[in-house]
Design a protein around this ligand. Structure first.
Ligand code: UD1
Length: 370
């Protein structure tokens, strides 16, 4: 049997998580797929990249394009220029791209322009907000993809609405696979993680914020930090900060602003520690896409500081609530954190993201198609 050559391009934190189970499925079940992993270098800090590659046991990439940070155009263009050489050298049958980052768009455009088929993991998500860089990235990626791996029925419908029917497969979400595979490790370490932060299960709030719309606007970020301080007066808050947010907080001279014994602003955590903190939180305040879904899967109430979401399924039964005004953070978060009935309702909701076999399906479809 002739082998299928697949290049998987990743480079930002959520892409490592989404890809890990697919890599595992290919390596363990599909000996005829020759997989080459390329790291764009979009995320480069050890806490944003190295720790995830190690924890998720992602094999060493064949190339690191070292694109680093920059404007959207500069980052996308650097990845495209450097990736082109790698694609020409490897001559793959297909380029596999997860998610919606600048790495995703750069890789799909480069492959499509070279006439190499693109396969998109997490196709069909839409927030309807074209001011979000991710919405631009995911929409354009879908339109240059030959295979579209949709995580949910909503995603399939979104693709149909844009005239995309061929090559669409409802696979389920690979983040469910990643979460299921990680849970035994989380269970083994969660007590230690909580003890390390002096937190008690079920009685603290977890916060993650990194969207430019929340953290790049200094007055808004200031309001958010003040709101978190109010929350911390009632319940401990753990806030692992993304480097973007860290830089913005430093500009704001927020150390004094955020000073409160129960507001713990810490460096980004690895995957297992993040899941341990989330699993035991009384609620999550976030603007991340992936964490809205992880909260849903772990039955943790979520409040999303955004006007929209690409995961509308999580809004069912108020498992996830959208808010935009930082002033409403303390009342919404505290009410959510003590709402036992809400937690019971979330437990009973059905899971629209699949049973955790998306990666196996994706690997099989790749094998069948190329
Ligand atoms: C990117 C993705 C976003 C994803 C997020 C997850 C795009 C457009 N956005 O956003 O969809 O949710 O990753 O984390 O692709 N920085 C460091 N060290 C790093 C990486 C970044 O210090 O290892 C700092 C730099 O100042 C950089 C800033 O963070 O300018 C933003 O990084 P960038 O990769 O451009 O976007 P993210 O905000 O991480």
């Amino acid at each position: 049997m002739v082998s299928t050559k697949v290049i998987l391009v990743l480079g930002a934190r959520p892409q490592f998580i989404k890809s890990a189970p697919v890599i595992r499925a290919i390596l363990t079940k599909h000996a005829h797929i020759k997989l080459s992993i390329v790291h764009s270098g979009q995320h480069y800090d050890p806490q944003m990249s190295g720790i995830f590659l190690r924890e998720l046991k992602i094999p060493k990439p064949v190339a690191n394009l070292e694109a680093g940070s920059g404007s959207h155009a500069a980052q996308t263009a650097t990845i495209m220029r450097r990736l082109e050489d790698t694609i020409l050298k490897i001559n793959p049958d297909v380029v596999l791209v997860p998610g919606d980052t600048n790495t995703t768009l750069a890789a799909s455009l480069t492959a499509a322009k070279l006439g190499v088929p693109v396969a998109h993991i997490e196709a069909g998500l839409r927030s309807g907000d074209f001011t979000m860089p991710e919405e631009i990235n995911r929409k354009l990626t879908d339109h240059c993809s030959t295979l579209l791996f949709a995580p949910t029925r909503t995603a399939v419908r979104n693709l149909r609405r844009e005239g995309l029917r061929r090559g669409v497969h409802l696979t389920g979400d690979t983040m469910v696979d990643a979460l299921r595979q990680a849970l035994p490790f989380v269970k083994r370490t969660e007590d230690l993680t909580l003890a390390g932060f002096e937190l008690q299960a079920g009685s603290y709030v977890m916060v993650t914020l990194h969207r430019p719309s929340n953290v790049d606007d200094a007055p808004r970020l200031r309001q958010i930090v003040l709101a978190l301080r109010k929350v911390a007066r009632k319940l401990p808050v753990i806030f692992p900060v993304h480097p973007r947010t860290k830089h913005r907080l430093a500009n704001l001279k927020a150390t004094q602003l955020s000073h409160h014994a129960a507001l713990s602003i810490t460096s980004p955590r690895g995957y297992i520690e993040t899941l341990a903190l989330l699993k035991n939180a009384s609620c999550l305040l976030t603007d991340s896409g992936g964490m809205q879904k992880e909260a849903f899967l772990l039955h943790i109430p979520c409040i999303t500081l955004r006007p929209n979401t690409e995961w509308p399924e999580t809004l069912t039964a108020k498992a996830n609530r959208l808010i935009t005004n930082p002033e409403s953070i303390p009342s919404t978060v505290l009410a959510c954190a003590i709402d036992r009935a809400l937690k019971q309702r979330i437990r009973r909701l059905s899971n629209p993201f699949g049973p955790g076999n998306a990666s196996l399906k994706i690997a099989e479809i790749l094998q069948e198609n190329f």
